[in-house]
Design a protein around this ligand. Structure first.
Ligand SMILES: NC(=O)c1ccc[n+]([C@@H]2O[C@H](COP(=O)([O-])OP(=O)(O)OC[C@H]3O[C@@H](n4cnc5c(N)ncnc54)[C@H](O)[C@@H]3O)[C@@H](O)[C@H]2O)c1
Length: 256
């Protein structure tokens, strides 16, 4: 079923659709009429997310892919473009993680985090670029973080913040390169969002600390983020490019 919504007919790739923000985005996008292929490194998980939506009649699929493997990522992008007949939207949501206080951070951990948070954005966007240029009206959405905007001590986020800062900088440059070809590129920087990742890494004490920093004192949800992603994917945002939009309960704005 291709709906008549705000994304009617858009051919979309979303990475990291096992759960969290990626799964919420996939559901929101198909309800707005997009055709979506998702992927995730967790075996069978993207397939399960997609199957639940396909049962409701939506045009959606999911694949198991490790985007840290550049060749596998390129294969997935090209095969997906063939299945959809092109790509209008690439939503780079997937990221791995890795934290350590800087005094304990090994070079191996530093390189690993940059690989699974920054390199994987290159791994999908580089092969997708020619497909996006070919449509002449395309949108790339990259997921950065409040950690790319603010220095945050708890957890040990130096590598994470460097990777997400890289995503923000790359977003601006790709927006500049893509503008003449009708390709818009924007980043979303979430604050603290409830997800399988934060459930795993963030204990009660850190969760309370994080909530104390947000002006709006509740964790974000995948749906909060998906509303912005739908806007950035749609033609409603036709004059928006090169932006890093913080959707974060006000955490980067101030304190109370
Ligand atoms: N949750 C937060 O508080 C928060 C805050 C700021 C930014 N973010 C960012 O939001 C995005 C979504 O995260 P989330 O909160 O939904 O957490 P999440 O961990 O549930 O989602 C990330 C998904 O990406 C997948 N993934 C990781 N590495 C992959 C790889 N190599 N190949 C394919 N899939 C891979 C994971 O399996 C997972 O399903 C991430 O980029 C994350 O860094 C999250």
């Amino acid at each position: 079923m291709v709906g008549s919504g705000r994304l009617a007919g858009k051919r979309v790739l979303i990475t990291g659709t096992a759960g969290g923000q990626g799964a919420a985005a996939q559901a929101a996008f198909v309800r707005e009429g997009a055709r979506v292929i998702g992927c995730d490194v967790q075996a069978g998980a993207a397939e399960r997310t997609a199957a639940a939506l396909a049962e409701q009649g939506f045009d959606v699929a999911g694949d198991t892919v490790d985007l840290a493997d550049a060749a596998a990522a390129a294969r997935w992008v090209d095969e997906s473009a063939e299945r959809l007949g092109g790509i209008d939207v690439l939503y780079n949501n997937a990221a791995g993680a890795g934290f350590a206080p800087f005094a304990d951070m090994s070079l191996d951990l530093w390189k690993h985090v940059l690989h699974v948070e920054l390199d994987i954005v290159f791994h999908t966007t580089r092969p997708a670029w020619r497909h996006l240029l070919a449509t002449g009206n395309a949108s790339v959405i990259n997921t950065a973080s409040m950690s790319g905007e603010r220095g945050i001590a708890p957890l040990g986020q130096a590598a994470h913040s460097a990777a997400k800062g890289g995503v923000i900088a790359m977003t601006r440059t790709l927006a500049a390169e893509g503008a003449a070809h009708g390709v818009r590129v924007n980043a979303i920087s979430p604050g603290f969002v409830k997800s399988p990742a934060t459930d795993k890494f963030v204990g009660d004490e850190l969760r309370a600390f994080q909530m104390g920093m947000h002006l709006i004192r509740r964790p974000g949800t995948g749906e909060d983020i998906a509303h912005l992603a739908v806007y950035l994917a749609s033609d409603e945002s036709a004059w928006v490019t090169g932006q890093n939009i913080c959707i974060d309960g006000g955490v980067t704005a101030g304190f109370r």
